[in-house]
Design a protein around this ligand. Structure first.
Ligand SMILES: [Fe+2]
Length: 186
């Protein structure tokens, strides 16, 4: 039997885990099953978390962040046919599927990193994340997310730090341009 889980308990667990270790593999090993548990619990999931900005293509709902912006937990809604450009996070990320299937494409950088506004990417790995699946991305990892279904999808995102406070980047695959990536918060 699995006891009910909640955002509050998840935050408490995140605090304990981040106090205990800054090693990303250790954080992933401990956070991933809890993120899945919260994603599957769904008692926290309310109608407004399905809303998204039509220009941005997705809606970011912040469920929690510490005063210093660490341990940010967000519900992200994705409009049909929409997604993100390739991006990094500037911190670790644990993404758990809640509703619908989301395509993930992981990239590796193949340029030498010598130009601050230039990056050449190559596809490394591609998969579909389903409800209950969890995706862990280390600081520096680059990916994109796309909703290829006909319905709004929702996933639960946990970051070492709120991604609008990490100086992270987005990448243009055609121009190889690397630039700041700030998301609009609902
Ligand atoms: Fe991401």
């Amino acid at each position: 039997m699995t006891a009910a889980y909640s955002i509050d308990r998840y935050i408490e667990d995140l605090r304990e885990i981040s106090r205990g270790s800054s090693d990303e593999d250790e954080i992933f090993r401990r956070v991933a099953p809890l993120a899945t548990r919260l994603a599957e619990d769904r008692t926290w999931l309310v109608e407004k978390y399905y809303t998204a900005d039509p220009v941005q293509g997705f809606g970011v709902h912040v469920l929690h962040e510490e005063p210093d912006h660490t341990l940010a937990v967000m519900a992200v809604a994705w409009l049909p046919g929409r997604g993100t450009p390739p991006h990094d996070h500037g911190t670790w990320a644990v993404v758990a599927g809640v509703e619908g299937n989301e395509r993930n494409i992981r990239y590796k950088r193949v340029d030498d990193g010598s130009r601050p506004d230039f990056a050449e990417l190559q596809v490394k790995h591609e998969f579909v994340a389903r409800p209950g699946d969890v995706v862990c991305i280390k600081n520096g990892g680059i990916h994109l997310v796309r909703n290829e279904t006909d319905s709004v999808t929702v996933s639960l995102h946990t970051y070492g730090k709120h991604v609008n406070h990490t100086n992270r980047s987005q990448y243009d695959l055609e121009s190889n341009r690397k630039q700041d990536f700030i998301v609009k918060i609902e």
